[in-house]
Design a protein around this ligand. Sequence first.
Ligand code: SF4
Length: 186
Amino acid sequence: MKKKRIATTSLAGCFGCHMSLLDLDERIIELLKFVEIDRSPLTDKKSFTQRCDIGLIEGGCGNEDNVHVLQEFRRNCDVLVAVGQCAIMGGLPVMRNAIMHSEDPLRECLEEAYNSGDKIYNPGNEIPNDPALPLLLNKVYTCVDVVKIDYQIPGCPPTADVFWRALNGLIHGDFAELDYALIKYD
Ligand code: SF4
């Protein structure tokens, strides 16, 4: 069987989903019999070397760089998978969408984070504004708000067992619904 080529990225996420993927431990060796990893923080490849079969997306879109990367993954991957709650629903970053008291919610959010929030020590009252920083979006968008998503792997993060089951399904072309016991978190 020809190996599937996989790419992964972390957008507005915490890298916890990637950490959970590494929790596959020795099963990674088994996985690598069937896949090659292309662009990914796991390989430190910053760009695609060729078209990929599967793209795994952690995190939603909080800045313009996230949007560009997500669109690039859509263009370069046959199947695109939203991994974890941040990619599927926005996760913790989407909480800033609830800040809407003023005419400029983004400014209000930054003021809270850098100046007026409890336990903030910022004597210069400066808010980071280096032009090299990616432009923050007015709100956080989920992956499906920006591009077509083919599958979702739920969890915060999805457990290694969920990854194992889902990746095997994707690799062998029989991605079935995940068992309730695997995605039940209460
Ligand atoms: Fe981190 Fe959870 Fe978001 Fe994954 S879903 S990036 S673990 S906060």
